[in-house]
Write a protein that binds this ligand. Structure first.
Ligand code: C5P
Length: 232
């Protein structure tokens, strides 16, 4: 049993991976299973929060005891986030949002025109929902005061996972960033996760590893600490 450390707090969480339609039967997608987002919703609910979960494509069932809203593409997700964010205390942007979408959606199934050729798919950028909502908050007191982003990062010769995480936290302008290291077999679709939680206010980063529910509990604990700190 957990303490009701988020009692009286309303939390909006996005989970899963978006699907960007190409035609009525095809889409571009990603490997997000939605497990981490669902675990966050469960941990927040267990901590006494009022939870709204916006789900895109999930490979796991939606949890009980939370309000569920469905969205599929990045543009639909953006609409749902802006519809449900006003009045919430906390927003956790966990969904894996496609950076690009097909420039046009064909009304009928794309066909093979001849024996050999294949269509070229033109992509356009999707909006950065997280960055947009942080920006919109400037002129809107109704939007969540505490916004959490997620980042899947890989380190390289130019910088560590942490360096990239710090740069991203600054770029997005949110209060907290949960960074995890990814590779072909790490994190996406897996049962376990290893994270670093970074704070915009200079608080020292916190590390955690374990099942996605254990990691979710740490994230919820950190949100509880940080938001209580803000209220005092
Ligand atoms: O820039 P990057 O995609 O690594 O950032 C990840 C974070 O930004 C996640 O919190 C994700 O939900 C959010 N995001 C978004 N809109 C996008 C891409 C990512 O809100 N188009």
């Amino acid at each position: 049993l957990s303490d009701p450390i988020l009692a009286g707090t309303s939390v909006l969480i996005t989970a899963g991976g978006t699907r960007e339609p190409l035609d009525p039967v095809r889409f571009l997608g990603n490997r997000s299973s939605g497990r981490q987002g669902v675990a966050l919703a469960e941990a927040a609910r267990a901590a006494g929060a009022e939870v709204t979960l916006i789900v895109t494509h999930l490979e796991v069932p939606v949890p009980h005891g939370v309000h569920v809203v469905h969205a599929s593409s990045a543009l639909e997700l953006r609409e749902a986030v802006f519809e449900h964010a006003p009045g919430k205390d906390v927003l956790i942007m966990n969904a894996a949002v496609a950076d690009f979408r097909p420039a046009t959606i064909e009304n009928s199934k794309i066909k093979k025109r001849d024996e050999h050729s294949a269509p070229v798919i033109e992509l356009v950028r999707n909006p950065d929902i997280l960055a947009e909502i942080v920006q919109a908050r400037g002129g809107n007191d109704e939007l969540p005061r505490f916004i959490v982003g997620f980042a899947a990062e890989t380190g390289d010769e130019q910088g560590s996972v942490l360096d990239y995480g710090r740069a991203k936290l600054e770029r997005k302008g949110c209060e907290m960033l949960v960074v995890n290291e990814v590779g072909a077999t790490l994190t996406f679709g897996e049962e376990t996760n290893a994270i670093q939680v970074l704070f915009a206010d200079g608080h020292e980063s916190v590390q955690a590893a374990g099942s996605k529910l254990e990691v979710a509990r740490v994230v919820i604990e950190q949100i509880s600490h940080a938001t209580k700190g803000h209220a005092d």
